[in-house]
Design a protein around this ligand. Structure first.
Ligand code: HEM
Length: 478
């Protein structure tokens, strides 16, 4: 049995470490280019076996009983908690995921989209012509604000400034380059202390809210008046009455299994931590790719202005935005917010002639698969038209060749929200703004989600003239 290729000499270890220190995609590319589709890197408990390509994805993602989350996402345990989706497997995981479902499907996804679009509208309204803004940072904050409301309810959304500061402190550690982060979590350090203090501050408020709702027998947290009135969330700042309510209320509801305080806390914290970051990343990169590729922004705008439902918030309405969908799909291909998926294997297994021992940490990579020459023509080029099913020679990728939201029982719980929000928000931005890219070559950063490390700066141009906010725009004056 051949030894698993891996960096061994000090020089090889230095080169691999430096690539991961630069960014996660660079580290993974270095391993693929130097050692091939199977390699191992890291020391002690962090030593990971990297398996690249669609066959590896299929093996790992189809066999959930052998490739587990527990033991793979342990770094997230102090934050996400011991009952979180990312730290559990099997029946407990499936039961909690089912319970949270109403927040992430149909009504819940539409409610999220409405809140996020209202928040993005307010952000666009604050921009002035000539201003330079970090569009990724601004959109990420807008999404965070809407998700705080959607997951935690009005009372905690009123503490947004405080909660946002603490959430960002947690991300400060989680976004460090992988080698630094692994060390920071293992040893006492200021960064670790700050992240732990921040999570304690966030969970204190969440526990208070859970207990208050239980005490007052008011799972929805909507007080004696009952449900909040229906209406425009942008105007009233409240979720409409026809949706499932916020995530805390869904987790506390009498439908389905009863959840402990910790299970509710862990679900809400995970949704916050795993929610706004990848959606902000997906939207930020979609804006970047659209502005960086001639003609794309204009075409997005034309489609938005001609759309029968210019303020699309449902999956059906968003499906009509065909070109916008291609742009989002292509951007999630070239810049998948989740770059790599780790697992802990229970039993030994063979892959491409190598024996990987039971108990090993294993990782597959969405990023490497999406940029693979064996799967994609010109993988590094941003080509929205490759998603046009009517195009000659079009071939739909398999679920293991294109997997921005993962696969199977562990598929992203927020995928429904994200797949409506991303095209809806991109279309809204193209309809309402004229932006000129100022960051030409953004560097990769971020670990839980791929982000532009030093921001994504644009210059705001004169807004396209609209008849009135929320209506179809008239001709672009420029
Ligand atoms: C563009 C946006 C998003 C992308 C690209 C994305 C991507 C992913 C991927 C690839 C996975 C699977 C990871 C693995 O197999 O190791 C995942 C899981 C997960 N995502 Fe997302 N995600 C997005 C948005 C969201 C949102 C909005 C939420 C909010 C609540 C969320 C919460 C989660 C959770 C809790 C899991 C774990 C699911 C489980 O273990 O069953 N994600 N996501």
């Amino acid at each position: 049995m051949p030894a698993i290729p891996s960096p061994r000499t000090p020089a090889q270890l230095f080169r691999a470490g430096r690539a991961f220190q630069h960014s996660l995609p660079e580290g993974l590319e270095h391993l693929r280019d130097t050692y091939g589709p199977v390699s191992a890197f890291g020391i002690g408990p962090t030593r990971t076996h990297f398996l690249f390509g669609p066959d590896a994805n299929a093996l790992v993602m189809k066999n959930e009983d052998n490739f587990r989350f527990s033991g793979a996402y342990d770094m997230l345990r102090p934050i996400a908690g011991n009952t979180a989706l990312v730290t559990t497997d099997g029946e407990p995981h499936a039961r909690r995921k089912r319970k949270a479902r109403p927040s992430f499907h149909r009504g819940g996804a539409e409610e999220s989209t409405r809140l996020i679009l209202a928040s993005i509208d307010a952000t666009i309204d604050s921009w002035r012509p000539g201003q330079h803004v970090d569009v990724h940072g601004a959109l990420r904050s807008a999404i965070r604000s809407a998700m705080l409301r959607q997951f935690c309810g009005e009372r905690l959304a009123a503490r947004e400034d405080y909660l946002a500061t603490e959430l960002e402190r947690i991300h400060e550690l989680m976004d460090r380059p992988l080698p630094q982060q692994l060390i920071a979590w293992k040893l006492p350090s200021t960064a670790r202390r700050r992240a732990l203090d921040a999570i304690a501050a966030v969970e204190r408020l969440i526990y208070e809210e859970i207990r208050r709702r239980r005490r007052e027998r008011d799972p929805g947290g909507r007080g004696a008046e009952g449900r909040m009135p229906a209406g425009d969330p942008g105007v009233q700042g409240q979720p409409p009455a026809d949706g499932p309510g916020d995530l805390i209320s869904v987790m506390l509801s009498a439908d389905g299994p009863t959840m402990s305080d910790q299970e509710v806390r862990d679900m809400v914290v995970s949704a916050l931590i795993a929610g706004y970051d990848p959606v902000g990343s997906g939207l930020g990169w979609a804006v970047y790719n659209s502005l960086n590729t001639p003609g794309v922004w204009q075409r997005l705008r034309e489609e938005a202005s001609a759309a029968p439902a210019p303020d699309a918030t449902s999956a059906a309405e968003v499906r009509e935005l065909r070109y916008t969908q291609w742009v989002v799909q292509e951007s999630l291909r070239t810049h998948p917010p989740v770059v790599m998926s780790p697992r802990r294997c229970v039993r030994s297994f063979r892959f491409q002639g190598h024996l990987i021992p039971g108990g090993s940490l294993v990782a597959v990579s969405e990023y490497i698969t999406h940029r693979s020459l064996a799967v994609w023509r010109e993988p590094d080029r941003f080509l929205p038209e490759r998603w046009d099913t009517s195009r000659e020679g079009h071939r739909a990728p398999t679920p293991f060749e294109y997997l921005p939201y993962g696969y199977g029982g562990r598929r992203c719980i927020g995928a429904n929200i994200a797949s409506v929000v991303l095209p809806a928000a991109l279309s809204r931005l193209a309809r309402r703004t004229t932006l000129e890219l100022r960051t030409r070559r953004p560097q990769f950063g971020g670990i839980p989600a791929l982000i532009p490390r030093d921001g994504l700066f644009v210059e705001v141009g004169a807004a396209p003239r609209e008849e009135k906010a929320g209506s179809v725009l008239t001709k672009d004056p420029r």
